[in-house]
Ligand binder design. Structure first.
Ligand code: FES
Ligand code: FE2
Length: 391
């Protein structure tokens, strides 16, 4: 079995995310290869939903989206008759959608079969069959879908406030990437990689001096958990026993001492990097077990010329420097991550284990035994013990 020891002793021994859940401290996380369903997920920009039906794979399911009038509707993209994708169908009557094969006609919104056109107006199958439909909302220039069980919570519960202000300026980029969504989320909140992976080959940090090392404290802040800095537990350069000083001083890197933004993560897989003037957000939406949709945005508050200037800066250089070149370094690592990797964690990985613990408290599947706050306190205490022991 792929069980390995964790960062703070034998307590953390667990099988790598096999999905089998045996002796794992995060069984819900292990089982969430296709995401946590009881959340609203962003799908794409509203402007991409026109008159044509669109099929999008999310959380392992193929969903058909169709805009009629001001509303967007979503169905499972499979006709209950013989399984043909509904997205190749057409509209015969307002408020409905008709399957291209034999003309079964479903009501938008409810998914109920209203007519089986080729069986006549008195077809007895009507009213007995429906296709699963999903609640859809539009906010912040994006289409959102809820694929969970039961009544959907208000969509605003799953959208950061920064997106919902009347003067929010939102710019961004949506791409599809290889790798399970959990590896992308772990990479996003991972403490140590930025200090090494992004040190070399990233134009965004070309003139920045990055810290050599740091051990964070993870704190809860509403739905978010945040990487807080611990005084004295980070440095821009250090002496490594028997090796020497690292990193090497580069005169051009003295210009900016970059500590980066304040990083937070929340369910169902949303990262925020808060800067002084704006914030970067990224969602990792499962497509299937092996791919995810990566939605990244920069968000600020501005109007008029300020808003125009912000957009201009984004499309002139920030998009390429940050959302393409810098973040492609992360995609490179996520793609290289094996499906069942060995796992011997080290102290900075407290960020990863805290995120997995947060996942155990996902909506509709809470682990009621110990509060997340209590768990984070214990993890921090363990990190301190480990720091004293190893330091
Ligand atoms: Fe859809 Fe027959 S497969 S109507
Ligand atoms: Fe990164």
């Amino acid at each position: 079995m792929n069980s390995v020891s964790g960062p703070f002793g034998p307590k953390e021994i667990h099988p790598v995310r096999t999905g089998h859940g045996a002796i794992s401290p995060w069984p819900r996380y292990d089982a969430a290869g296709l995401g946590f369903r009881n959340y609203w997920y962003p799908v794409a920009f509203s402007r991409e939903f026109g008159k044509k039906a669109r099929s999008v794979q999310m959380l392992g399911e193929q969903i058909m989206f169709y805009r009629e009038g001001k509303r967007v509707y979503a169905f499972r993209d499979q006709c209950p008759h013989r399984g043909i994708p509904l997205s190749v169908g057409r509209q015969e009557f307002p408020g409905t959608w008709t399957c291209r094969y034999h003309g079964w006609t479903f009501e938008l919104g409810t998914g109920e079969l209203k007519a089986a056109l080729t069986d006549g107006p008195d077809s007895p199958v009507c009213g007995k069959v429906s296709v699963r439909s999903y609640p859809v909302e539009e906010r912040a220039g994006l289409v959102w879908v809820y694929m969970g069980e039961g009544k959907a919570p208000p969509v605003e519960e799953d959208i950061p406030e920064a997106f919902l202000q009347s003067d929010s300026v939102i710019v961004g980029r949506i791409t599809e990437r290889r790798g399970n969504w959990r590896y992308a989320a772990e990479n996003g909140f991972d403490e140590a990689h930025a200090k090494y992976l992004h040190r070399y080959g990233s134009l965004r940090t070309l003139f920045s001096q990055l810290p050599a090392w740091g051990i964070p404290k993870i704190v809860q802040d509403g739905p978010w958990i945040t990487r807080a800095k611990i005084p004295g537990q980070a440095a821009f350069e250090s002496d490594y026993p028997g090796l020497g000083r690292w990193p090497k001083t580069r005169f051009w890197k003295k210009i900016i001492r970059r500590r980066g933004g304040t990083l937070s993560v929340r369910l169902p897989g949303l990262l925020r990097s808060q800067y002084l003037a704006d914030a970067h957000y990224e969602w990792y939406v499962p497509i299937d077990e092996h791919q995810h949709r990566y939605l990244q945005f920069l968000v600020t508050r501005a109007r008029g010329l300020g808003a125009l200037f912000y957009r201009l800066r984004y499309f002139l250089y920030r998009r390429w420097l940050f959302h393409v070149q810098f973040n492609n370094q992360d995609a490179w690592m996520v793609e290289l991550m094996p499906e069942t990797s060995p796992e011997r964690l080290f102290r900075p990985d407290v960020s990863i284990t805290a995120w997995r613990r947060l996942c155990e408290h996902a909506r509709g599947e809470e682990d009621g035994k110990i509060s997340l706050e209590q768990q984070l306190r214990e993890m921090h205490a363990e990190t301190q013990v480990a720091a004293e022991r190893d330091g």
